[in-house]
Design a protein around this ligand. Structure first.
Ligand code: SAH
Length: 339
């Protein structure tokens, strides 16, 4: 049966219009589902019995199955959930000065094939539905008894390879009477699915966009990120520029530092050149080594030199601190060992 969490406001309103129901009830339903977190339609006390009956015939209010919860020394928590079809997914909860952030998964497996990433070692099995992405937030809020304020769409999967479900997810968690997660508190990260970057710019959602760049050289980038063979740096940078122009928003550039692959001073200078004049912010990410992969984290000295070089080149840059690496919850380490 269809999960009601798949339904955006527009979809609910359409459904209600078809039934001749008053559409203002839509906001009430959203409040029951996401604020009061009811588990049964019967608990929606201001909705007529007949409409509740109809809702029960057409939808379910479901949950995910928690399989394991692991906690890192730094307080980061990783949750392994089982879906209805027994596939497993992971979500990561982080606590920062500004509150709780969750990193959500968008696909079972991933087809992007970035060579350094553990998440992509399992080919894509299927897209997650909108409800399966939303339920990661609802479940973690319920289990931990907290309110999540920030969402990063950076777990397993390529969000722009599951575009429609991810967009509906963003819309739904943003509803004022629902989870009310502000657009500026949501970040979606893509490895560079260019046509979707253009589409995303048109939506003007005020959500943060992050691009996994990892090299300013086409040959290197194609080697470590196969998507570059389809959409090379020239095409990607044009799309980023278009996005910045259209939305007026700054884009985050993610750059993992991989020893001897992309971490030289020359590589930093090339990156400055590539990003010149673009309204971007560079997030340098220390590589989290993955057991089955030969790639190594850059030395402290190389990371420092790379950082300083970008700074001197007038690039806005920060060196990201990692969280949860001891439980394989850090970037690129998610892969559902237990599945
Ligand atoms: N598919 C999306 C989102 C998931 S990955 C994307 O590619 O952007 C989130 C970020 O973690 C990406 O920048 C990815 O390149 C990075 N990442 C992958 N493996 C990593 C690793 N082992 N160490 C550090 N970062 C990694």
């Amino acid at each position: 049966m269809e999960s009601i969490y798949n339904y955006t406001k527009e979809m609910l309103i359409d459904y209600m219009l078809n039934l001749g129901e008053k559409t203002f009830r839509c906001n009430q339903i959203i409040e029951w589902l996401y604020r009061k977190k009811v588990k049964s339609f019967d608990d929606m006390r201001n909705i007529s019995k007949s409409f509740i009956q109809k809702l029960k015939e057409d939808f379910c209010i479901n949950r995910l199955n928690l399989v394991i919860k692991q906690e890192s020394k730094d307080g980061t928590k990783k949750f392994l959930f089982e879906l209805e079809d027994k596939n497993k997914i992971e979500s990561v909860l982080m606590k920062n000065d500004y509150g709780y952030s969750i990193c959500v998964t968008t696909e079972v497996g991933c087809n992007m094939g970035c060579i350094f990433c553990a998440s992509g070692m399992k080919k894509k099995v299927r897209n997650l539905t909108t409800s399966e992405i939303i339920l990661q937030i609802l479940m973690v809020e319920e289990i931990e008894n907290i309110k999540i304020g920030n969402v990063v769409i950076m777990g397993i999967g390529e969000p722009f390879d599951n575009y429609d479900n991810v967009i509906n997810f963003i819309k739904i968690i943003n509803y004022p009477l629902g989870l009310e997660i502000g657009a500026r508190h949501i970040t979606v990260s893509t490895c560079g699915v260019v046509p979707k970057i253009y589409e995303f710019a048109e939506l003007d959602l005020q959500v943060n966009l992050a691009i996994s760049l990892h090299s300013a050289y086409d040959d290197v980038r194609s080697r470590i990120m196969p998507i570059n063979k389809k959409y090379n740096l020239d095409v990607l940078i044009k799309a980023i520029k278009d996005y910045v122009d259209k939305t007026g928003k700054r884009v985050t550039i993610e750059y993992i530092l991989l020893k001897d692959i992309n971490d030289s001073k020359t590589a930093a200078l090339k990156l400055i050149d590539l990003l010149k004049g673009l309204n971007v912010y560079v997030n340098l990410i220390p590589y989290n080594e993955v057991l089955e992969k030969p790639y190594k984290r850059s030395s402290e000295a190389s990371m420092r030199l790379f950082f300083d070089t970008l700074k001197k080149g007038n690039i806005n840059v920060q060196l990201r601190k990692e969280q949860g690496s001891d439980i394989d919850a850090a970037c690129g380490q998610l892969r559902s060992k237990n599945s």
